[in-house]
Design a protein around this ligand. Structure first.
Ligand SMILES: [Fe+2]
Length: 124
């Protein structure tokens, strides 16, 4: 069973959805597959999000090498997860693959993930 907060991708249309609430039934939705985050390996230099603190802000940059931001290949969103609170920035083609959130939590206790429309979900 896919847990709350996990991301799912529709096998038919490619839409990405987040499971926010577990319903009472445990039946499988056959057209949805859970996205498994990647942490390293091929493509990691352009995809693994990097967290930096700048005063009260946390800056998230996607990869050590700047990722393309074109319609056919782009970072669609960046999330910062602080336990039960999720911050999300959606991105459009041409924008910098970067997000800034005002968060005071220790940077080592935060989790971040981003979704590339070609290479999938990446987490740090
Ligand atoms: Fe990519």
């Amino acid at each position: 069973m896919v847990g709350e907060g996990k991301l799912l991708k529709c096998k038919i249309c490619g839409s990405v959805l987040e499971k926010l609430v577990q319903g009472p039934e445990t039946a499988n939705c056959d057209d949805l597959e859970e996205l498994t985050p990647k942490y390293d390996g091929e493509g990691s230099q352009k995809h693994v999000p990097i967290l930096e603190r700048d005063g009260d802000n946390v800056i998230i940059k996607v990869g050590e090498i700047t990722h393309p931001m074109e319609v056919e290949h782009q970072i669609c969103f960046i999330e910062l997860i602080d336990e039960d609170v999720t911050y999300r920035k959606t991105l459009k083609p041409g924008e910098e693959p970067k997000a800034v959130f005002k968060v005071e939590t220790d940077i080592n206790k935060l989790k971040t993930r981003e979704y590339c429309n070609v290479h999938g979900l990446w987490e740090a």
